[in-house]
Each structure stands twice: as C-alpha cells, then as structure tokens.
Design a protein around this ligand. Structure first.
Ligand code: PMP
Length: 391
C-alpha cells in the first residue's frame, strides 16, 4: 500500500480528465490556428474551455491566456511588468516560489531595484510593514498567495487594496490556493494571476495566466501577450487545455468572507489534515511551522530535531517514510541544485542548521478516513524512531 501525501508538489490526474484529454486528442487533433475544418473544430474546443474557465472565475474570456504552467505564467507576468515600466522599484516577498526569483534575475535591468519583503515567524506578510516598503517609485509587486512549503496564506485582499491605493500593479502567484478551489475574482484588484493545472488533478504542462480586464481591453497589450505565448510555445495543446477545464469543473468554491478570510469547502480534507496534525503535534523534537490558522487546509509543515536536539535531515525522513509506503516532501520539490537549504525556512528566521529539516505533508481528497487511520501510526512511529535513533 502506498499513501500519497504530497499534493502541493503535484496531484494524481482524475480519470475524467484523462478521458477528456483522450477524447479531444482523438477527435479534435487539428491545429487550432489552422483555418480549415480540423483547425476550426480544435479552435472551438479551445474557446469552449476558455469560456467555461472564465465563467468559473467570473472574468472575461479575453482575460485568459493558456501557458505551460505556473512557472511560465510567472515568467511572462514579470517580463511584461519589467518591460512595461522600464525602471523603478519592485516588491516581492522573501518566501516566493523560486520561479519568481529566477524571473526577477532574468528580466530585471540595472534601472530597477528589488526589495524582498520580510515575513514574520509564521511566514506572513504584515500590512504595516508593507506600507513602509511601498514607497515611490514602487511600480509593481509580485506576491505568492499561499506558500507551498509552509502553507501560510498571505492577506492578499489587504495587499491588493494597498496596491490599488498606491497605483502599484500586482501579480499574484495563486498556484497553491487555486488547488483548493475556485475564487471569484470580481472583488480582487490584480493585474496578473498565475496557476498550474496539475496542482488540482489536471494534466502537467498547462496552466493559466489571468490578466486584468484593463490590460486586455488594450488591443496592443492583448496581442503582445499572445505573441509572446505564440513565440515561446507554438502550437496550442488543446487537449491539455480541455483537460485543465475538466479538472476545474471538479474544483470546489472558496468563499471570500467579510473578515478578509477565505472559507474552504472541502471539509473532509481539512478534517483529515487536522487529524494528522493533532497526532503529531506533541511529538518530542517536532516543531510545527507556518501560520497556525491562516494556512492551506490540506497542509502540515514542521521541522524535526533528534533526542540530542540536533536537526534531522528532511530528505532522510522522506526516504524512510517512502520505504514504509508514505510519500511526503521535504520543502519544495521544485528546488533542484547543490544547496538544499530552504530560503523559506531562512525567511522565517530559523537557525542555519535547521534549514534542511523541513517536512511537508499535503493531502488530497483521494485519501479516505481509513487511509488516515492507517497513516497516523506509521507516521508517528517512524518519526519517533528517527528522533531517538539519530546520532
Ligand atoms: N508557484 C507555486 C506557489 C508553486 O507551488 C509552484 C509549483 N510547486 C509553481 C509556482 C510552479 O508550478 P509549475 O511547476 O507547475 O510550473
């Protein structure tokens, strides 16, 4: 038996999504840019998907751009913003996904300064701190809505109001939050929003860049985004887009409450997550990280120290749990490279020797209550063994 608890990294594709992709592949294989019968039929499927997704987010179909995933959406959004302003100050948080830092390094010119906003010990941005950073000549801001490694949800509505007030453009990396459900975008001030289909049981290699209405009502910027996409990606993967649309059909709705909080609908996932969190909470050497309440409802994150108070390697825990049939993650799966220190844990102010000790458990609706009952004792005993046996 294997239990998959790494939803923030990717999710198992739904059967209905596979069926939709196969159907479109089989019957609508034309190039959607061609003007003959097969092309027109494929373009129709593409536009049907666009309409469906637009209706779900309560936006105009023209606001939707199909990308190869959130990494590409992030890159395109930032390249457009840097190109639009030519100079000024850019704000981003210190807990962004690496693709944001990479895009900044790629597109920033010497005429730009970048400020990396500090977060508190829970990984949250503080609005009052933000007010101090949002000084002239701030041109745009890029903020992760929900942090993948520690689950913390940023106060995006307050941040977006602050941007609006200061005429600062805003890009939101909504990859992890939209994996939990659809949010009506009407009441949110934004310029660009990024997301990826494989985080919500859709196919890999496809995502969205949602642009604000005012951006796309300008024909030049609308064509510019399409030209960038066409030059980067070529032929449009209509079947994957139809698959993404199918996966969106399956998503719950997230409600935005009067107190600026989000209300998530998948109560089974939240209940299962709480059961696991409660069972681990008091283990010796285990310290929960991320915000205790403003967090993704499917997410548990912690660092581990052994009985001699020495940090335990997160990768070691992941490998050992994998041999026992449980798949979890140590930090972000997207960080490849020589240095495995987590920039997110560093931003929380954790000591240097703990920066490789992060463990993330992220659940999905494929796990039943019986699975959770099986998982808890294995998780607990493995962690206790690791803590007592590490030397
Ligand atoms: N942003 C966030 C917050 C993410 O969690 C991820 C994926 N881990 C990405 C962007 C990149 O998504 P993709 O790998 O699908 O391009």
């Amino acid at each position: 038996m294997n239990y998959y608890l790494d939803a923030c990294s990717t999710t198992p594709i739904l059967d209905s999504v596979i069926d939709e992709i196969s159907y479109v592949h089989k019957y609508f294989w034309g190039n959607s840019s061609s003007i003959h019968k097969q092309g027109i039929e494929a373009a129709r499927i593409l536009e049907r998907s666009r309409l469906f997704i637009a209706r779900k987010f309560n936006i105009l179909p023209e606001q939707i751009f199909f990308t190869r995933g959130a990494t590409q959406s992030n890159h395109i959004a930032l390249s457009l913003l840097f190109d639009h302003f030519k100079s000024g100050l850019v704000l981003t948080s210190s807990v962004e996904h690496p693709s944001i830092f990479n895009a900044i390094n790629l597109f920033k010119t010497i005429d730009f300064k970048v400020s990396y906003l500090p977060v508190d010990k829970y990984g949250s941005l503080n609005i009052n701190t933000l007010k101090k950073y949002i000084i002239k000549p701030t041109k745009f801001m890029s903020i992760i809505w929900a942090q993948s490694e520690i689950g913390t949800i940023q106060p995006i509505y307050e941040i977006s109001n602050l941007c609006k007030l200061n005429s600062v453009l805003l890009h939101i990396d909504a990859t992890q939050i939209f994996a939990q459900g659809i949010i009506d975008l009407t009441n949110l001030y934004y310029d660009f929003v990024s997301l990826s289909a494989h985080k919500f049981r859709g196919p890999k290699g496809v995502g969205l860049l949602i642009a604000n209405e005012k951006f796309v009502s300008n024909k030049t910027s609308f064509n510019h985004i399409n030209n960038i996409l066409a030059s980067m990606n070529g032929t449009i993967p209509v079947s994957l887009i139809a698959g993404m649309s199918k996966a969106i059909e399956n998503l719950n709705t997230i409600h935005f409450m009067d107190n600026n909080k989000l209300q998530f609908c998948n109560s089974n996932v939240a209940r299962n997550t709480n059961l696991i969190r409660d069972s681990l909470m008091n283990l010796p050497g285990l310290e929960m990280i991320g915000h205790p309440t403003n967090r993704l409802p499917n997410h548990i994150s912690f660092v581990l120290r052994d009985s001699q108070d020495k940090p335990v390697s997160g990768r070691h825990v992941v490998r050992l749990l994998s041999t026992k049939g449980i798949s979890v993650s140590s930090g972000t799966a997207c960080q490849v490279g020589e240095n495995n220190d987590s920039h997110v844990l560093k931003a929380l102010g954790l000591k240097d020797d703990l920066l490789q000790s992060g463990i993330r458990i992220s659940l999905g609706e494929w796990l039943t209550i019986n699975d959770i009952k099986n998982i808890i004792p294995i998780l607990k005993s493995t962690i206790l063994d690791i803590i007592s046996n590490s030397d």
